[in-house]
Design a binder for this molecule. Structure first.
Ligand code: AMP
Ligand code: ZN
Length: 434
């Protein structure tokens, strides 16, 4: 049996890791220069094979953005002939061209290794039964986890998204021990289990779940763990960087190890574009150093995180990223205050009286912007009006302390807010430009 605890690589000393990164970066820059996009970029910026002489010179290369990917649609980023590519993933934006990511056979092999490594790290083995509730197709959470779990040797169930009752039947009948699931859907799945008389602790073998693809708070994780009787591990990825497996929590559940033999990590201030001070929050910038078909140099992910200082007790030396608080484009700016939806979630999820679904609406009332937060109640709760009023008041007080502005809270009956099958949409912005 191949084990996916790649001890040597996962615990490499910083010095050796950086040496390896530099070797791989050099090759990557050379390979990237064969793509139409980087060929032009390098020429415009005077970058030659000799001008990047160490890892420390990486900052001389300009950032790559999502717009660059869109503008080179479909194949302007390809660094190898299309004939040597074996898969294409594409994610659609709301406007303009979609983005395209190309993979060679080697790219796919290494991506599968990467996901297998992550799964091994959280205790999964070839004796596990793994069900993937992600959509298959262009969304990389499907095939990405599929091949990773197969690589690990688990019995895999590519259930794909939707049809919650069927998901639950599979979980029970096939003795599923592990799920990959979006956090908002995990909460929904647990609710449907209880509604249909299934007790996950008694009636299933579920033990581990990998939750990711969207921001979620620590409180949401705790709630999911409690509801399903499992350990839930945060997994982070994006199609531009293959997909799942870029960074993953270990069993310490304190930060996500980002695999530095595959990417070089930078955290920058999105305004000044300079590196933030050690341990400060900023935008994650990643450079692929093992990709053949489509290397990306200094890719601005828009995801906000910080590097957790210090060694991880698990022994792995690859840097740890803190839970992602959202994307810079998810930030709500309201009355001069900047905030992220997960800050709100973190507070809401502390109330047992509240369910798992909530929605923020931003609207203009008269001359001012207002925030309305609708939250579903949990089963636990009463419809006694004065009790509800007291609860709404307490939630408002806590949110006000956290956000420094006062939202309007509306407690609604369970099941009354829209349920999303994919990533949850938590914010509706109906504000008028005044
Ligand atoms: P996609 O390329 O469609 O898979 O979307 C990738 C994006 O999903 C990332 O850039 C993040 O904004 C978000 N995302 C993925 N995993 C996580 C996670 N564990 N926590 C927070 N956001 C995540
Ligand atoms: Zn660790």
């Amino acid at each position: 049996m191949t084990t996916y605890w790649q001890r040597e690589m996962e615990t490499l000393s910083r010095e050796k890791l950086e040496k390896l990164q530099w070797e791989r970066l050099k090759d990557t820059i050379e390979a990237a220069g064969r793509s139409p996009f980087y060929k032009k970029r390098f020429a415009e910026n005077g970058i030659t094979a000799g001008s990047i002489r160490s890892l420390g010179d990486l900052h001389k290369i300009p950032f790559t953005t999502k717009d660059d990917l869109r503008n080179t649609y479909p194949f302007g980023m390809a660094a190898i002939p299309l004939k040597e590519c074996v898969r294409l993933h594409s994610s659609s934006g709301t406007t303009g061209n979609p983005t395209v990511v190309l993979h060679s056979r080697k790219d796919l092999e290494e991506w599968a290794d990467q996901v297998a490594r992550c799964m091994y790290m959280v205790g999964l083995r070839d004796t596990d039964v793994f069900q993937n509730t992600s959509g298959y197709g262009m969304f990389t959470g499907g095939l990405g986890f599929q091949y990773g779990a197969e690589r690990l040797g688990a019995l895999t169930i590519p259930a794909a998204a939707g049809n919650t009752k069927r998901q639950i039947k599979f979980i029970k009948d096939f003795h599923v021990t592990c799920l990959h699931i979006i956090p908002s859907y995990a909460a929904r799945l647990a609710e449907v289990m209880y509604e249909t008389g299934v007790d996950p602790r008694r009636d299933t073998q579920l033990r581990t779940i990998c939750i990711g693809a969207e921001p979620h708070s620590e409180e949401q994780r705790k709630r999911i763990e409690q509801l399903l009787g499992v350990k839930a591990y945060n997994c982070f990825g994006m199609s531009e960087m293959n997909g799942p497996g870029v960074a993953f929590e270990c069993t310490e559940q304190n930060g996500l190890h980002v695999w530095e033999d595959y990417v070089v990590v930078e955290v920058i201030d999105p305004e000044t574009l300079l590196p933030v001070r050690d341990g400060e929050v900023g935008e994650l910038v990643l450079t692929t150093i093992n990709r053949e078909a489509m290397p990306l140099l200094r890719y601005r992910t828009r995801d906000l995180t910080r590097i957790i200082q210090g060694d991880c007790p698990c022994g792995r030396t690859h840097k740890r990223l803190s839970r992602f608080q959202g994307r810079s484009d998810d930030m709500i700016i309201m009355k001069g205050v900047n905030l992220f939806p997960v800050q709100i979630e973190n507070i809401l999820m502390q109330f047992n009286e509240l369910g798992n679904n909530w929605l923020i609406t931003l609207e203009t009332v008269g001359n001012s912007d207002e925030m309305l937060i609708e939250v579903e109640l949990s089963d636990l709760f009463t419809d006694d009006y004065s009790v509800l009023q007291r609860l709404a008041k307490e939630i408002t007080r806590q949110l006000k302390d956290e956000l420094l502005l006062t939202p309007r809270i509306k407690l609604v009956a369970k099941g009354s807010l829209p349920v999303m099958e994919g990533k949850a949409v938590r914010v509706k912005d109906l504000r008028k430009l005044l």
